[in-house]
Design a protein around this ligand. Sequence first.
Ligand SMILES: *[C@@H]1O[C@H](CO)[C@@H](O)[C@H](O)[C@H]1NC(C)=O
Ligand SMILES: *[C@@H]1O[C@H](CO)[C@@H](O)[C@H](O)[C@H]1NC(C)=O
Ligand SMILES: *[C@@H]1O[C@H](CO)[C@@H](O)[C@H](O)[C@H]1NC(C)=O
Length: 906
Amino acid sequence: MRIFTGGPAGILTALIAVLMCLASACHAMGVIGIDYGTESMKVSLVKPGEPFDVVLSRDSKRKIPSVVAWKVQERLYGSDAASLGSRYPGDTFMGAKFLLGREFNDDKAKARHAGLLNTKLVPNGERNDSTISVERETDYTVNKEGADVYSIEEIVGMQLSHVKTLAEEQAGEEVVRTFPGSIGTFGGLDVAVTVPIFFTAAERQSIYDAAQVAGMKPKLVSDGAAVAVNYAMTRTFSKPERHLFFDAGAGSTSATIVEFSTKTVQADSVLSIGATQKEAIVVDVLAAGWDREANGMALDLIIRDELAKQFEQKHGSKLSSPITQQPRAMARLLKEANRVKHILSANSEASSYIEMLSDEIDFRGSLSRHDFEKLVSQAGLSDRFGRPAKDALQHAGLTLDGISSVVLVGGASRIPLVQASLRAAGILDSKIAQNVNADEAAVMGAAYFGASFNPQFRMKAIRANDGTPYPVVLREQDGKTETVFPAGPIETPSVTRKYPGATEDFTMQIEYDQSISRDTLDGQQTALYAIEVNDVHKHLAELKQAGHLDNVDVQVNVTLTTQPLGTYKVGSAYLHVKQKQSGVVGALKSFFNVGGSSVEEEEEAEADAGESKEGAEGNSTTVKEKPKKSVPTERHISLTGRVVAKGSVHPMPPSELKTASDRLYVADVVMRKKAAREEARNLLEAYVYRIRDTVEEEYFKKASKPAERQAIQSKIKELSEWLAGDGDSADTTALKVKRGSLESLANPIEKRITEQRVRGKAIRTFEKAQSQARAFLNEARANLTEAMQNNLASKFTVTELDSFEMQFDKETKWFDEKRKAQDKRGLDEDVILPSEDVEKRAKKLMDAVKRFQKRRVPKARPAKKEAKKEETKEEKKEAGSEAEQKEHEEQSKQEETQQAPRHEEL
Ligand SMILES: *[C@@H]1O[C@H](CO)[C@@H](O)[C@H](O)[C@H]1NC(C)=O
Ligand SMILES: *[C@@H]1O[C@H](CO)[C@@H](O)[C@H](O)[C@H]1NC(C)=O
Ligand SMILES: *[C@@H]1O[C@H](CO)[C@@H](O)[C@H](O)[C@H]1NC(C)=O
């Protein structure tokens, strides 16, 4: 699929877009989608002119393990990192998604992560020890602060930064560092990152912060919504349909019920001239069910422990320590367990062999699918995989009959026991559709979702109303509660609440509805944020002091937004002060009477100085007089609306975010520098080896003098010694300079060799051009003479042909002289007739001839008649004769080819 923007008039579009940016929200010209999974991640790119596809990893894979590892000081990602797990299990970090946005004391989250590798979890000191950090096992730092510690957001941020870089390289441009749709951004890439639909506000904030560490401000989209968008990309819905997307992944299992319909929606216009209407597929996320324990990684751990048991039973007595206490061996078993799990999806038995697992003893074991399923059942997980589908139906108030199909996605959905569990939960096989790319639906859908907000993309219109399963209520200061963001599809991410007559600062609470149990929240709290609306009193006092508070209505508006989706913020808070049409005298005075007498006195003074107190008594006459004193009839004063996280999980404070983001940025720069240095070193090494061999070749000897070869050989010797010594620590520039020193000796000789090969062809090309030009000149002269004799129009003038002949003679002379000189030269001498020049000059001659030949004979004698003809054409064109216009264009084209070729875009 290809996506176009702006049409062919690229420059015009760019201008319009830039103009738009001044007035309204601007969007990036590409979107990357990131599906950040517990076990692996994927990244996709939507960009005009690029095929819409998954971005490949450095080793050309479509998915990338969600792992970061350190080998001494070198940081590695993806499969490089994953393969380090068994050598440096304490410096390899996986499964970080289990820990995002969770408390340090959260046993449930830690239990899911525990035992993946022997990762050392420590409380995050920056945040009152409330959240989780990891500490490297090995201390390679030179400072005395001990081993490096990273917050979970940083660990995830590094991985996101890695895939971001892959996408940026593919796109040839960078990610926009502002939230999608912010004012003033143009060009660059927007980002959409997937989250599990059940992620709480703290968990969502945490992955958002991780993305911020990586220099992104993404939109968040639930896995189910992303898959649904991908589903809608290739389908139409003449009437509403509901589908259940069942996603069994490495980190959790979830089911999302989505309704698809075709509706007329408001669409932003590219030209930003108001909004237009268009038909779109609307994707509404209705309800979800999920289970955090039923996940693919849990199955890996079950198998790993079984394999460890088998080994222990056979060889336990010979082991220096129990196998479960050997991190490297356990890491190797975990990797093997993952392999066994995949084999058991298609086979009834899997055998394992690991060389020298521990104490130089090989591991030989096997596991049958039957035994595996028994172990899963013993762990109480068998039923749990299918249950989310049942729960989702129940939450949506639907039965299976109301569902058109069940779509399976996620790696674990291929496991027989997972499918059996789904069947046991009442999902009939006949409902199951497997026509979606189970692995890539989410990442492709995420990018499309991100692009759907950008009117500059010309794509099939899909409007996705994503949602969360938790209704969010606002608890007012007086205890009254009201649902501000219900569960299910969210069409507008903002709600505004009005507080007429508010005169004091106030506080409200945002929390999950009481119907949501802590169990549903995986033990997390229902309290979310406190919202403090500040400076109300301060501003009113100031107005009062200025005498502008008479006969007015006061109201505070607070706009709450859920952007990124599932986190909650104050979008804006305003104090509105508006002149009353009529009303009660000094309605607001009581507020200051309570507050203190001094203000009241000032107000009196102000009023006296202005007009009589009676005058203020709510008559339009007085109101009319007010503006004379230039008092605005309406004011909008911006207030600060502060949001304080109330849960026990403290989100990343700005200072920590900045430090982490800087630290990652610096590390990335260092890594890129190192990579550049390594590349320069490899290039130099390879070059030295090549020339060392080449110098001995016969053809090289023939093309060089003994002294030249000697110089090259001693340079090679010098460089080889340097590479083994100082070169080891040399920087990129030094490496390049060294390479240059050998190139300056070897290049001229290699040039002689190449020239020998290509000279013949170049000479033939030139000779051909020469003879064609000669033939043309002869013929053209003859034609011209004839035309002049008969007083007819001619294609060429005498001057033109004379000047061409002069050019021709000049080129011929150059060629003959150089060629003669070249023939006298030995093979071991520098070239005097460079083939490149010869070809260039030949082409110039040929081009000139071609241009002449393309001309048309004027119908009559040239000069003034030509000009007149043009005029009439202009007139006729204006009259609108299409045929004439075409002819005119033909003519213009002809003329164009006579002149220097023009740039097509212009
Ligand atoms: C706040 O409320 C007033 C009165 O209803 C309204 O005129 C104004 O537009 C609102 N402001 C915002 C930002 O919603
Ligand atoms: C206020 O002034 C209007 C004229 O603008 C007049 O008709 C009305 O009676 C006055 N009301 C009071 C309460 O003085
Ligand atoms: C010379 O005239 C002949 C006959 O009109 C034509 O075919 C030929 O292309 C002309 N040659 C050149 C070089 O203009």
